[in-house]
Design a protein around this ligand. Structure first.
Ligand code: TXA
Ligand code: MG
Length: 353
């Protein structure tokens, strides 16, 4: 398959080509596109054949459900017969934006799209190019992140092209992605709202609207015996090819320990890498040092994380060490993804002390 690439920026989100891109999806084809969180791999959410194609293009197990993206709040009623009051409140506050809600699905949503579940994940993205594509495609786009299964979600079009060239009909290059981590997922089908995946919309923000909100215990705890309720959170994910270890503790001890680990890895002939905050830019000795952002600028850290994991892959770095970050607020999403990328391999120097 020949993959067409179009550059479309948010400043001019509806150029004449958008019509054709919408037609591709309506006819059962796949188009990768920018959202405010990460790039998505879109197909017609109401067409089971399109969902099958999405799973094939990603190499993703077909029991892992897709998120349905809308661009008009009135389209909700097509996807669900029972949108709860809590969902209405969240929609009013956070849509369009990086929040996905799980509700009971209607008969119109094919089980191919929901991985066999009787619930559906719905998101109304705020990225204007995504909005125009959804409208041009008839209103409902199923879209997982536009990476091959197991790789970090793409935050740059070049990584979409790397993973999806020849596998999709078209890619929209919308430039840089503002947030860089996938949407918050909240399950509204139980007695209390539960966060299944943390994101830019934090627990505190959701609680302000809904009162008590629970969190899936597996989000930061790799030893939990429970199974994550978002099927996708079960899979090895976001992972670089090299082995990543997180070091947590006070600043001086972390720096000393990372340098010691780097020295050992180097002596063992491994190519080494570090993920460092800008405050610690000059203190490490490694083959590849990546500055992820300032320690107290979470949005910088989030926006850089997946790009850095991909760059280590490009450079064939084999042993990677990362500083640890706060898991408060948006930090919960950062640490959730970092821990998953590390397969929960973490050295906690606080505990050793
Ligand atoms: O920010 C995002 O959400 C991006 C952009 C493209 O919108 N999309 C995204 O999709 O991250 P994906 O497929 O990579 O992740 C979707 C997650 C998976 O963990 C999946 O298991 C979960 O959502 N999910 C989808 N439908 C669900 C459902 N009905 N019940 C529970 N979890 C669900
Ligand atoms: Mg994904």
């Amino acid at each position: 398959m020949q993959t067409l690439v179009f550059k479309i920026q948010e400043s001019n989100p509806n150029p004449p080509e958008m019509r054709r891109l919408g037609e591709i999806i309506k006819e059962g084809g796949l188009v990768a596109f920018p959202t405010e969180t990460v790039y998505g791999l879109g197909g017609d959410a109401l067409n089971p054949e399109s969902s099958r194609k999405i799973y094939a293009a990603k190499g993703r197990p077909s029991d892992n459900p897709l998120i349905v993206h809308i661009a008009d709040i009135n389209d909700l009623k097509v996807l669900t017969d029972e949108f709860p009051e809590s969902g209405r409140k969240l929609a009013e506050r956070f849509w369009p934006g990086p929040l996905t809600m799980i509700v009971k699905k209607s008969a119109a949503v094919p089980t191919e799209t929901t991985g066999g579940l009787d619930t559906v994940a719905i998101r109304f993205p705020s990225h204007r190019v995504a909005g125009e594509l959804i409208k041009a495609a008839g209103g409902f786009i199923a879209a997982p992140s536009a990476n091959l299964s197991g790789k970090p979600s793409p935050t740059l079009a070049k990584y979409v092209l790397e993973d999806m060239d020849g596998r999709v009909d078209a890619i929209i290059d919308g430039g840089d992605i503002p947030i860089g981590l996938e949407s918050t997922i909240v399950d509204l089908t139980g007695p209390k709202p539960v966060i299944l995946r943390p994101g830019y919309i934090t627990k505190e923000m959701l609680s302000e609207v809904l009162g008590e909100v629970e969190t899936d215990p597996t989000i930061l705890d790799g030893t939990s015996s429970e199974r994550p309720k978002a099927p996708g959170m079960r899979y090895r994910h976001y992972a670089p090819k090299g082995e990543l270890t997180i070091i947590e503790g006070n600043r001086d001890e972390v720096i000393a320990r990372i340098n010691e680990e780097l020295r050992n890895a180097s002596l063992n002939g491994l190519k080494t890498g570090v993920i460092a905050t800008s405050e610690n830019a000059d203190v490490y000795r490694a083959d590849s040092i990546k500055i992820i952002g300032s320690r107290d600028r979470e949005e910088q850290i989030a926006a850089s994380l997946y790009r850095i994991l991909r760059e280590f892959d490009d450079e064939n770095v084999e042993a990677i060490y990362s500083e640890s970050f706060s898991s408060e607020g948006f930090g919960c999403a950062i640490m959730n993804r970092l821990l998953k990328a590390a397969g929960h391999k973490k050295i906690n120097l606080w505990e050793d002390a």
